[in-house]
Design a protein around this ligand. Structure first.
Ligand SMILES: Nc1ncnc2c1ncn2[C@@H]1O[C@H](COP(=O)(O)OP(=O)(O)OP(=O)(O)O)[C@@H](O)[C@H]1O
Ligand SMILES: [Mg+2]
Length: 312
């Protein structure tokens, strides 16, 4: 089920074919031959080379893309390019289109949970989470109600009046996640959001993300160094390789409709994880189908028929 990046699959004339259904949906993100170089001359560094992909707006579902790849292969660059943040945006060559526009300036449609998450040290947890809403002109009581709700959702109830430095790294990270999710962005960009969390909370946060994503139906890009997390969360997993940073493989994965602990027990999941990990270690181009496991295939087909019928 792996498709080689940069070569879009042919659309079938069959009206019920999910690929045809996809073609009729608006595009949320389209990269066309995107290359990003930092520096000039001998010191120049190709952070991304010739990256092409499209993410459509799937009705009633959204899509979750997980991105894996070795350190330095351009994962954060790709995310920050979508966010429209300098110096990553604009690309050196190629085009980035967001929601049909060839302009990726920062906007509230896009929410980024950064790798180096940043909170305001002089604001309480409640005020940190409510901050973005004040920029939207919402009343104080509305934004504090919404902030309190999100603080509860990320499991930090009771910490509203604390300051960031009074919290552990993992708690601070959850405040950063709440501060972004409270804004209900159309495109959610998460750069290693669960990196600082202990394994138990990490699994809880994965489940929470899936639940929130089902509620909000936004398009989510999540960068992770955990192959299990990528396969569990992603509808598609983008595998990147380094030197130069490039997108080498797009792998379809089943919807996370069961808790992560349960999915981890499935044989196909264990086999896919091992194979993807091996390919990551090899850091080479696509190597054909990732999984030839019956369970895996039937789950993918199930998901595609859902996407197709949802579009009618
Ligand atoms: N602002 C910048 N100025 C110059 N070079 C940069 C800048 N940001 C990134 N790079 C370079 O671009 C390449 C890709 O960096 P990027 O941060 O996207 O990698 P990454 O895949 O997110 O790595 P990690 O897994 O370690 O976070 C690296 O070689 C990095 O040094
Ligand atoms: Mg990074």
């Amino acid at each position: 089920m792996a498709e080689t990046a940069n070569k879009p699959a042919e659309a079938s004339p069959e009206p019920t074919d999910p690929k045809t259904a996809l073609a009729t949906h608006p595009e949320v993100v389209r990269f066309t031959n995107v290359t990003k170089k930092f520096g000039v001359g001998n010191d120049s560094n190709v952070a991304l080379q010739d990256v092409t992909f499209t993410v459509h707006d799937l009705p009633n579902t959204g899509e979750l893309i997980s991105i894996v790849g070795p350190s330095g292969c351009g994962k954060s660059t790709l995310l920050r390019m979508i966010a429209g943040l300098e110096p990553h945006y604009p690309p050196t060559s190629g085009t980035v289109e967001i929601l049909g526009k060839a302009d990726s300036s920062p906007s509230s449609e896009k929410g980024l949970v950064d790798q180096k998450y940043s909170l305001f040290p002089h604001l309480t947890v409640l005020k940190n989470v409510a901050f973005g809403l004040s920029l939207r002109g919402e009343s104080r009581s509305t934004r504090e109600d919404k902030a309190a709700l999100w603080i509860k959702k990320v499991g930090l109830e009771g910490n509203e009046s604390k300051y960031p430095q009074e919290l552990s790294g993992g708690m601070q990270q959850r405040v950063a996640i709440a501060s972004t999710l409270v804004l209900n962005p159309r495109i959610l960009l998460m750069d290693e959001p669960f990196g600082a969390l202990d394994p138990k909370i990490r699994l809880k946060m994965q489940e929470l993300l899936v639940q929130l994503w089902n509620e909000q139906q936004s398009t989510v890009f999540i960068v992770t160094h955990s192959v299990e997390e990528a396969l569990y969360l992603g509808d598609r997993v983008f595998r990147m390789a380094s030197r130069p940073g490039r997108l080498v493989e797009i792998v379809q994965a089943p919807r996370p409709d069961i808790p992560p602990e349960e999915m981890r027990q499935k044989k196909w999941f264990v086999d896919m994880t091992r194979e993807l990990l091996y390919r990551l270690e090899q850091d080479k181009n696509a190597a054909g189908e990732l999984g030839s496991y019956p369970d895996y295939k039937s789950e993918i087909e199930h998901r595609h028929s859902d996407a197709s019928s949802a579009s009618k």
